[in-house]
Design a binder for this molecule. Structure first.
Ligand code: SF4
Length: 404
């Protein structure tokens, strides 16, 4: 028999995994900070004006930090001009993250200009030439020693400049050496990152954020679960960055992202997220916040319950729901139910703070928690009456003005 207490535990997702705090500019990731939302520009980095404009657009949409491709030291230097222009445009020093692949010199330069530097262990000091070659244990270990020797001065520089590093493994961009031993598998992704993490830790550097990304949510989830096991075994508490990379666009991209990111969040894992869509980056931000809201990890807006409508529905539910969401969508932490009729409506809105329920043709009943507060309100007045009820119960706040 499942007790009430056990039932409660079945629906409650686990507590968030404890991680250390890593500061990216003014923003903390991990620790007691909310799960952070980030995105990445898709403008050419050398187009400083376009990149700065896009950073500002993303910031105004709700991005708390923005990643920028830095292919070379020249591009890494440009982050200084981009930052200056961003501050001119929005009076805010939006934390900028340098995304580095292949060229370690770009990462060194980015340590001076970015708030965080992302490196990919698959291509930072390792190579992928698709050569099939067997590695003996001795050869494998000597490769890791070679990486450690090359990584040491970079770690020392990051430590000196107090800049955090993200070690991000991607399915599909593992080095020949890792592929040879583990294949293109979640195990390979995790091992690729763990090798780097151990080196950083050996050099007394733990200002790290870790990511496992794949375009297939199942691979992404498997890699993250395995990563957590390994980190727990080795006493590592670095914050985790979640994302389903190359998720696509439209519904497909959103659903894949929600599955991968949402599953891990429900398991208590994740300190910052990026939804990757083949769309303008600012379009990713509302999806990221909706995933956080739906998993209960970060509440930033009103929670709505609305029935799908059926033959019993007493008003235009779709139109009414949109009107209510537009007017009341900013009430963080408030739960509003919009139900077409009272047949199933009352039971199904049990968790709501306020209820807007069809009472008869053209008539709405308004509820506060489970109590009927106003009966048979003409529908044309019902939204205003609902606002008045929300105000009377002390749950109203004025909507924030949108920054232009
Ligand atoms: S709440 Fe009423 S109108 Fe809505 S789906 Fe259920 S029975 Fe139909």
């Amino acid at each position: 028999m499942v007790t009430t207490h056990a039932k409660k535990n079945l629906i409650n997702s686990p507590d968030r995994r404890q991680t250390r705090e890593v500061k990216v500019g003014s923003i903390g990731i991990g620790g007691d900070n909310p799960v952070r939302v980030q995105t990445m520009t898709n403008t050419p980095t050398e187009d400083i004006e376009a990149t700065a404009q896009q950073v500002v657009l993303c910031y105004r949409a709700g991005a708390e930090m923005v990643r920028i491709t830095t292919q070379s030291p020249k591009h890494a230097k440009m982050l200084t001009d981009i930052r200056r222009r961003v501050i001119q445009l929005c009076s805010h020093d939006v934390p900028l993250i340098a995304d580095v692949h292949f060229i370690p010199a770009a990462a060194y330069e980015a340590l001076k200009t970015a708030d965080k530097v992302r490196i990919n262990p698959g291509n930072f000091l390792d190579s992928k030439t698709f050569k099939k070659r067997s590695y003996t244990s001795a050869e494998y270990n000597s490769e890791i020693k070679r990486i450690e020797e090359k990584l040491a001065p970079f770690i020392a520089e990051a430590k000196k400049l107090k800049k955090p590093i993200r070690i991000g493994s991607n399915h599909g961009s593992l080095s020949d050496r890792v592929l040879n031993r583990h294949g293109d598998t979640p195990q390979g992704m995790v091992e690729a990152a763990m090798e780097y993490m151990r080196i950083f830790k050996n050099h007394d550097f733990e200002n790290l954020v870790i990511a496992m990304k794949a375009s297939n949510p199942k691979v992404m989830i498997a890699a993250n679960r395995l990563l957590i096991q390994h980190m727990d075994d080795e006493g590592m508490d670095y914050p985790i960055h979640l994302g389903v990379t190359e998720a696509g666009n439209a519904d497909e991209g959103r659903i894949k992202s929600a599955l991968g990111i949402g599953t891990m969040l429900m398991e208590g894992v994740g300190d910052t997220i990026r939804v990757s869509l083949t769309e303008p980056p600012e379009a990713e931000i509302p999806i990221a916040y909706t995933i956080l809201q739906s998993t209960g990890r970060r509440i930033t807006k009103t929670e709505f319950i609305s029935c799908p409508s059926c033959g019993r529905t007493l008003f235009d539910l779709e139109k009414t729901t949109n009107q209510i969401k537009e007017k009341l969508g900013h009430l963080k932490g408030v739960n509003i139910a919009i139900m077409g009729c009272i047949v199933n409506g009352l039971g199904e809105m049990a968790d709501a703070d306020f209820g807007y329920v069809g009472g008869g043709p053209g008539k709405i009943n308004l509820y506060y928690r489970k109590d009927l507060v106003k009966r048979d309100v003409p529908q044309k007045n019902a939204l205003n009456e609902l606002v008045a009820l929300i105000k009377a119960k002390g749950s109203w706040v004025e909507p924030k003005k949108v920054k232009k």
